[in-house]
Design a protein around this ligand. Sequence first.
Ligand code: SF4
Length: 353
Amino acid sequence: MNPQKKLLDWYLLHKRDLPFRKKKQAYPIWISEVMLQQTRVAAMLPLFENFLKRFPNPESLAKATEEEVLSYWKGLGYYSRARNIRKAAITLVQQYNGSFPKDLNSVLKLPGIGNYTARAILSIAYDLPFAVLDGNVKRVLSRYIGYTKNILGPKADVELQEKADEFLNQSYPGDHNQAMMELGATICLPESPKCLLCPLMEGCFARIHGKTNEIPLRQKEKKQILLKGDIWAIEKGNEYLLIKERTNRFLKGMFHLPYGFMGDLPDPVYSPSPFLEYLRSHWKEVSHIGSFQHTITHHKLDFSIFHIAITDPKELKTILERMELDFKWVKRDDLEAEFPSSLAKKVRTRLSS
Ligand code: SF4
């Protein structure tokens, strides 16, 4: 029996009962794949079901405001994914009558959909012959074929994609892709793979040569960036100021507490907003109420929190309007709902203490 057939038989016997795999429909498969990019299945499932209840199809998603979509993404992080999902839904409604196109290039043009997601949707929903390559598949494949180069290297994705395409089961591409991902998630684990339970054990290079600890080789090239900054809790009564900026590096386009970085910045893209610069130079009556650390991708942020209570918001309003910034005042208890980032929770904890 060829390895693809063994893999398929194993998958059909062992696959997990997951709601987004029940029907071969592009829309739920798309949403689930995007959610799963940074989140484990168990954590993502309740949010997925909630999201699908509110946005059961591209039309409902396209009609919703960005803020509402972001609020349904709360808990998943990496909010640019939610913004892109909404934009892509608008394109699907406007250009494809609410359906997913069936060719790879058209799907790749949709906002936020990369090679992996496009291939996953097309193979799982439409059984089209596109092999996927995510972290789990890279590990299984590189061990199986004996790919000993750095899988984080510049050519690795192209070379492994070729190998994945060659290894694809052309008759059942959707199930084959899911089988590879499932094998990586449950059997071919990063540490201590369960080779004796693996349907690919007979021909596996890493198992035969005792190299499962060495393959895949992962040599990180991206250095962590450390940033020091301040975040401002400006209070009026029991309400806090949230602003929306277009140019900042993080939380772009969403309401957030004013924040900025300082010191030797590694890149102008981290420069503080003009609004923060203004606050720092004109408002001296602020209290330092705490600090915390926060991580976003390869950035480690070291934030000090400043608090100021104001009674007359006129000056502030004038500055915000002059700078053409959207803003709103929200109650302390609503901070996390209105500013859906774990940053809000960290600030709110300090405000309450
Ligand atoms: S035999 Fe072991 S190392 Fe090879 S694919 Fe299976 S679980 Fe992974």
